[in-house]
Write a protein that binds this ligand. Structure first.
Ligand code: GUN
Length: 284
């Protein structure tokens, strides 16, 4: 028999619904609905499914949203031309190029071609710099969603020890900047960290974002800690996170997978688009 689940479930769908309701009101207050364009290259089923969820929510909150799908063998120049054309369209408020791109394409020049003010992913180097400097800018959606989850469920951050496992540009690095802003003591660990278990066991908040199923185990987690699972792998057709199921028996609170951090990330894409539109329109 498995041990009892003790952790409180940090339900991401509940957080996403609350964000969607707030965003819907902001959209309604604008004269023209913000317009968001997704660019997707190839037919990776996971990417296609993520973009579909983002577009669906965007339309639900009243945005104009569309997806440009390019062939898997699109070359760098063609992708750059398409992205630049979308970015330069004055009617477009937000642009999101879904990652990863097929291997033959270099994502950096593509991300740098996006106007930082329309960069709803917050991946442009200007936005990365703004984030680390404490300046207003566009902030990556998954890390921003982690803060939303903590705020919604009143997970304290000030002065707390946050250990982030995973150092990606998409999640780990920007999450470190955001938790620092909230006055947490942040450690950025990764798959090569020595004594990962010892480090994680000191954390009040654990963020697991490596993309390796079960890298965070129950034996590593401090009883009562909050655990946020970002990693997602498919094993035998089932979606599993970076956090092993036995963590439910130890943690104080934890995001489920699926239904945890994912839906909140999607909600942050639409929130960032509305923020981008409001900023652009208030400028003139
Ligand atoms: N692929 C996985 N997560 C993301 C994300 O947040 N943004 C983009 N553009 N691609 C992703």
């Amino acid at each position: 028999m498995s041990a009892p689940v003790t952790a409180k479930r940090l339900d991401g769908r509940q957080v996403a619904d609350a964000i969607a309701a707030r965003v819907t009101e902001r959209v309604a207050a604008l004269e023209v609905a913000p317009r968001l364009v997704f660019v997707r290259v190839g037919e990776d089923p996971a990417s296609a499914s993520y973009v579909r969820s983002k577009q669906r929510l965007a339309q639900r909150v009243g945005l104009r949203a569309e997806t440009l799908v390019m062939d898997a063998d699109t070359d760098q120049a063609a992708l750059m031309t398409t992205v630049r054309a979308v970015v330069e369209d004055d009617d477009v408020d937000g642009v999101l190029v879904q990652l990863p791109l097929p291997e033959h394409l270099d994502e950096r020049p593509v991300l740098e071609a996006i106007d930082p003010e329309k960069d709803v992913d917050g991946f442009h180097a200007v936005n990365v710099g703004r984030l680390w400097s404490g300046l207003p800018g566009m902030v990556p959606c998954t890390p921003l969603g982690l803060l939303e989850i903590c705020d919604h469920f009143e997970v304290p951050l000030l002065g707390q020890r946050v250990v982030i496992v995973g150092r990606s540009n998409l999640v780990g690095k920007p999450a470190a900047a955001l938790f620092l802003r909230r006055h947490a003591t942040v450690t950025l660990a990764h798959s090569r960290t020595r004594d990962l278990a010892g480090l994680v066991s000191e954390a009040d908040v654990v963020v697991a974002a490596v993309g390796r199923a079960g890298i965070v185990q129950g034996s590593m987690v401090k009883p009562g800690a909050a655990v946020l699972d970002v990693g997602m792998s498919r094993i035998d057709g089932r979606i599993v996170g970076d956090v092993a199921p036995d963590v439910w028996e130890v943690a104080g609170s934890m995001t489920p997978m699926p239904g945890g951090t994912g839906p909140v990330t999607v909600a942050m894409v639409v929130q960032n688009t509305v923020t981008a539109a409001e900023r652009r329109r208030n400028k003139v």
